[in-house]
Design a protein around this ligand. Structure first.
Ligand SMILES: [Fe+2]
Ligand SMILES: [Fe+2]
Length: 196
């Protein structure tokens, strides 16, 4: 169904919470969110490699493929809105109702900060042809490296603190089924494994 070439059914497990991930049944809400994190990690790892390749170049002329890839990665990294909405509306709100605010409030703030960073990165890439190449490289490096650092930190907090906290505090299978239905209504990303 999806036209996207982001290989959604293949993912490499890369998390500080590997045992926790393996303890989840396939298709569980948290399992799906974690597989999305694996894909986001792949995107930001590649973004980091591209920035490293771009820095010594004087011009993009012989390396157009880097620009194409950069556009692809920025588009996917920026398209995580539904992932955030699922986290905020279906999960974080439930923790807040239970009176658990740490790290829920921090997570919300990080979503907001990273949304701005993603927008800045996308804007920069869209302005490639009207920006001197040296300025483009420097600005892209600054905004992307900050976003990469923030995203890695954010994913680590969710995988190792927020998600285990949810599993610990929401025990009812019926409630998880309700959360899953809410997530299905919100929708998934083109890079969500098994959802396209
Ligand atoms: Fe998040
Ligand atoms: Fe997340």
């Amino acid at each position: 169904m999806s036209k996207c070439q982001c290989n959604p059914d293949v993912f490499q497990i890369k998390t500080k919470a590997e045992d926790f991930f393996h303890s989840l049944p396939e298709g569980h809400v948290i399992y799906t969110l974690m597989t999305e994190h694996f894909k986001i990690r792949e995107f930001i790892d590649e973004l980091e490699q591209i920035i490293t390749k771009l820095m010594p170049l004087e011009s993009i002329n012989d390396h157009r493929e880097l620009l194409t890839r950069l556009e692809f990665l920025a588009r996917h990294i920026s398209s995580t809105r539904r992932h955030y909405i699922r986290e905020e509306i279906t999960l974080i709100q439930r923790l807040e109702i239970l009176g658990i605010r740490d790290p829920a409030i921090e997570i919300r703030q990080q979503h907001d900060v990273m949304s701005v960073e993603k927008q800045r990165m996308s804007n920069l890439i869209h302005q490639f042809y009207v920006t001197p190449f040296t300025d483009f490289k420097d600005s892209l490096r600054d905004v992307s490296l900050q976003l990469i650092t923030d995203l890695r930190n954010h994913i680590d907090i969710e995988d190792t603190v927020l998600y285990p906290q949810l599993i610990e505090n929401i025990k009812s299978e019926e409630e998880w089924a309700e959360i899953k239905a809410e997530c299905d209504r919100i929708g998934y990303n083109c890079f969500t494994p098994f959802k396209n």
